[in-house]
Design a protein around this ligand. Structure first.
Ligand code: ZN
Length: 150
């Protein structure tokens, strides 16, 4: 199976059955993001315990890539510290923009790594990063709506 097939399979799987696709009970942080370019909207809910992301969920309307990315994002950061999650936002952004060095632990990213395929479709990069920008806003407890156009 080549990288493109794997990319499509992972996107399809996460679109059909998104993980953590729910409002989190007792969430202490949330943020809302918009990608006007494609019409994707997404809300991230986080319940923290000290510096740890104890539970995370999201709700989204939009294209397959934005939903799949939100799903993979929640799976990846749940149980991690806020600092680790912030670092992953950077990794992901570089990955989909094609600015990540292959050697820099992309293999350890699991399902996240397949999103490198997005770099071949520049118009979809914002769909893929929406969930991550919104996560960052939630972690920073910012109130304004995040937009990928910013
Ligand atoms: Zn989209």
């Amino acid at each position: 199976m080549d990288a493109t097939d794997l990319y499509q399979e992972v996107i399809l799987d996460h679109t059909k059955s998104p993980r953590n696709f729910e409002r989190v009970e007792g969430a202490d942080r949330d943020a809302h993001g918009d990608n006007p370019l494609c019409g994707d909207t997404l809300t991230v809910y986080v319940r923290t315990n000290g510096d740890t992301i104890e539970e995370i969920g999201f709700q989204a309307e939009g294209c397959a890539i934005s939903k799949a990315s939100g799903s993979v994002m929640t799976e990846t950061v749940e149980g991690k510290s806020i600092e680790e999650a912030r670092a992953l936002v950077e990794v992901f952004r570089d990955l989909v923009r094609g600015e990540r060095d292959q050697d820099l632990g992309v293999a350890e990213l699991g399902d996240l790594a397949v999103f490198e395929g997005v770099k071949k479709f520049p118009t979809r990069v914002k769909c893929a990063t929406l969930a991550w920008h919104t996560l960052l806003a939630a972690l920073e407890d910012r109130d304004e709506v995040v937009t990928t156009e910013a």
